[in-house]
Design a protein around this ligand. Sequence first.
Ligand code: BGC
Length: 372
Amino acid sequence: MKKKLLSVLLAGVMVLSLAACGGGGSSSSSSDGGDGGEKAESNGKKVGVAMPTQSSERWIKDGDNMKKQLEALGYKVDLQYAEDDIPTQTSQLETMIAQGVDCLVIAAIDSGALVNVLDQAKQANIPVIAYDRLLMDTDAVSYYASFDNEGVGRKIGEYIETKADLANASEPQTIEFFMGSPDDNNAVLLHKGVMSVLEKYLKDGKLVCKSGRTSFEDTCILRWSQETAQQNCENYLTGFYADEDLDIACSAFDGFAYGIKAALEGAGYKEDNWPLITGQDAEVMAVKNIIEGKQTQTIFKDTGLLAEKCVTMVQAVVEGGEPEINDTETYDNHKLVVPSYLCEPVSLDKDNYKELVIDSGYYTEEDIEKAE
Ligand code: BGC
């Protein structure tokens, strides 16, 4: 409580001091290909932002938000995407370190693959912030900004529990699982959250997983690949669902839901036997599919808010001060428990999408219509 009050006061002081220096001396502050937004402060400091891939919409939004918000404070930003290639991400980070950036913000492709390059950052006294994905096995990370990742899984599980009315169901319902990448700590936590709700129904027979694949090891999908999700779903449908429909696809990612949708269409599923399909990220395509009944639910993660929290961490490590932290226990990366700010994930379906993503201005109706 006290900490919160302090951070509100600090934020107030910052706004005042930023306003005070906003008018003068900002001309030297430049951004690499920035959109020329108003510079509140000309500190000339540079932040390297390393994002995993542009193949999924959420990371594009994350990168855009980080760049915009940092540039608005007068930081220079080097934003790089590595298209899910670990050596590319490593060499992007090496370049940023060689450039002498003042801070690194990293959403890792493989959370444990950056130990050496992070060591270089540490030796060069460059502070590191883990963005959405925890950086594992390193003590070179100062803070972590993310969502409550186990909470994401719990919300997916609870949605299935309620929607399929598992507590009262008299007939068993079939379910298959499509979990995230084994090199992403978020994926492990998500599975834990899902199982904290659904395990008891698998045990008492209200849920039946005909493939028998329910563990994280058996259901994880490397690099969150949509193609692998589609392939897995096709295999499940032909191998186990020739005589009985699949009722529930517990998917950890909107990209998986697209692959599952394609597999179901290929297997002849129609409106009357279309399963309940979950997802994560509230991508614009997923929202469109939800409106059209081809996906049932997703998890809305407000990337603007995440960027805001991460920017306060950048300010703290670069300018000094304490960022807002709300978790100091959960995110143990095997070297330290990383002080974290966890944003709240929200379950989205056709009943609340308008309020969550349209009324809030996150998307326009047109964005959704145009999605493909
Ligand atoms: C993120 C998810 C995202 C997934 C695939 C995870 O680390 O937390 O929001 O869906 O990566 O990109």
